[in-house]
Design a binder for this molecule. Sequence first.
Ligand SMILES: CC(C)(COP(=O)(O)OP(=O)(O)OC[C@H]1O[C@@H](n2cnc3c(N)ncnc32)[C@H](O)[C@@H]1OP(=O)(O)O)[C@@H](O)C(=O)NCCC(=O)NCCS
Length: 137
Amino acid sequence: MTITYRTCTADDIDAVLDLWIRGGEHGSTDTSEALTRRMERDQQLFILAWDGDALVGSLIGAWDGWRANMYRLVVAPQYRRQGVATRLVEMVEEELRRLGATRVYALALINTSEAVAFWHHHGYGPNSRIEPLAKNL
Ligand SMILES: CC(C)(COP(=O)(O)OP(=O)(O)OC[C@H]1O[C@@H](n2cnc3c(N)ncnc32)[C@H](O)[C@@H]1OP(=O)(O)O)[C@@H](O)C(=O)NCCC(=O)NCCS
């Protein structure tokens, strides 16, 4: 099995939403319009993993000129534990480094032990100085 990696295009948006539903990472903010806007803003930070023409992984990086974030790291269930997420993170980290980022935040859902284990494996640890606060507009 050869997995290939490339940036998201407009034609991929429906497949991305489908992957997030299958991967258990779909929320109320996840619409085609929102994804298209995200993709157009920083296309080089929106990376997808493919097995042929099947979408099997996604990661969105974000860079505001001060801090970086990572969102929606999702690998299709049957492709897990094969290093797909690791490669996605490496690619986004590489691009963030190139842009000048020095600190990256990864948001792991509470009660998702695999996510926490994954991020710890990659050197991301708790930040006791910060409590994430959020509001839906
Ligand atoms: C978390 C997730 C993205 C990991 O993807 P993956 O491609 O399986 O991860 P990798 O194969 O690159 O794993 C790298 C390392 O992370 C750790 N890890 C990954 N999944 C793990 C799990 N289920 N339990 C414990 N450790 C895990 C391991 O140390 C692993 O190395 P190893 O396989 O050599 O032991 C995937 O399980 C997933 O999509 N989960 C559902 C959505 C989700 O929770 N996303 C994260 C939101 S922040």
